[in-house]
Design a protein around this ligand. Structure first.
Ligand code: PLP
Length: 345
């Protein structure tokens, strides 16, 4: 981010070209190669599962379309379940899961620890394959009880691509013949242009182009050398500490002002964003756009979830506050001040 006059909060990560200065000497770790993205990591997992198991997967109604799309592209029949009040799979529905099917759990925003329920499912129904989607939670993707867990780097750091998979089955790890993805180039260029604050439309179009290429990708691919480089060079500890500080600040201000948080504050969590529920969400979001504050929504309504009975509040009222490492506590206070001004609390 350059200067303070044109401060923007949110949106895709920008990349400072100086951060690429060590690239020419960088040698990627070929043993621990990264997948291209979260949804492509899921496709790799499903491809592996589909060779031995039934191609049926149960996913929550509350999910982004790229997960649904990855299941469809992998040739799986996709069935949906309603979350319980804790944002978990309701164990009393376990008998509805077909034998030898796959069940996906999601760690929403980094707030939802599904480990206990996954262990319970595995103990009671060892035929079910469990996948834990930790795309929104890099710090918890490893050492889960699930058969497979995965995360996506571009949600956490400035990188055009990169995803990690943790598998209980050693046979899973076989990267040797993956091609590099083709979407990283548009995303990388967009992030560099965003840093330079070149004409917004140019880099926004490039981000969109990269996103479309990713959405339409049919092959299981690996990350570019850039993704590997940014992953290895990220100061993960520093990122974690800044996120924690910003997270705490959002709650300190929000609680006092009566903001409705989707999840209560919990020490030790390192969230992706902090989701809140507000009325007239789309209007509020537009007003904040005009103030250069770009807050994402997780997720807009889709055809596949129109029959869900209990996600209306989420798809209509959820707004995700920014707490990532790009911002100082002061800038987080600024975001909150602007939010409160448009909410007129
Ligand atoms: C919960 C969840 N799973 C999977 C994905 C897909 O990850 P990626 O965009 O890296 O393909 C996303 C992306 O938004 C997500 O939020």
């Amino acid at each position: 981010m350059k200067g303070t006059k044109s401060i923007k909060i949110g949106g895709e990560f920008e990349i400072n070209p100086i951060s690429l200065s060590g690239l020419s000497k960088f040698i990627p770790d070929i043993k621990n190669c990264l997948y291209a993205s979260g949804s492509i990591a899921l496709m790799a997992i499903l491809n592996f599962i589909g060779k031995r198991n039934k191609k049926i997967i149960y996913i929550p109604f509350y999910i982004c379309k790229s997960v649904f799309n990855a299941c469809e592209k992998s040739g799986f029949v996709t069935r949906f379940y309603e979350l319980d009040t804790q944002f978990l799979f309701p164990f009393n529905e376990i008998d509805k899961i077909e034998r030898n099917a796959t069940l996906l759990f999601v760690n929403y925003f980094g707030f939802i620890d599904a480990s206990d329920i996954i262990s319970k499912v595995k103990a009671n129904r060892p035929d079910i394959i469990t996948i834990y989607d930790n795309v929104q939670s890099y710090w918890t993707y490893k050492n889960t009880p699930a058969d497979f867990s995965f995360t996506s780097l571009r949600k956490h750091i400035a990188t055009p691509d990169g995803a990690l998979i943790d598998s209980k089955d050693p046979d899973f790890y076989n990267y040797s013949n993956l091609d590099e993805n083709n979407f990283y180039w548009a995303k990388l260029t967009a992030s560099l242009l965003k840093y330079e604050q070149i004409n917004n439309e140019v880099y926004l179009n490039l981000f969109e182009e990269g996103e479309n290429q990713l959405y339409n990708a049919n092959n299981i691919t690996k990350a570019s050398i850039f993704g590997n480089y940014f992953y290895k060079n990220a100061d993960w500890n520093k990122i974690k500490e800044r996120r924690k500080l910003n997270y705490r600040k959002v709650y300190e201000i929000g609680y006092n002002e009566g903001i409705e948080f989707l999840f209560s504050y919990k020490e030790g969590i390192i969230p992706l964003n902090v989701p809140i529920l507000i009325n007239k969400r789309d209007n509020i979001r537009r007003m904040l756009f005009d103030m250069n504050i770009f807050l994402p929504v997780h997720w807009p309504p889709e055809d596949f979830n129109k029959n869900s009975k209990n996600i209306n509040a989420l798809i209509n009222n959820e707004l995700s506050l920014i707490i990532d490492q790009r911002y100082t506590v002061k800038q987080i206070e600024f975001q909150m001040k602007k939010l409160l001004s448009v909410l007129e609390i």
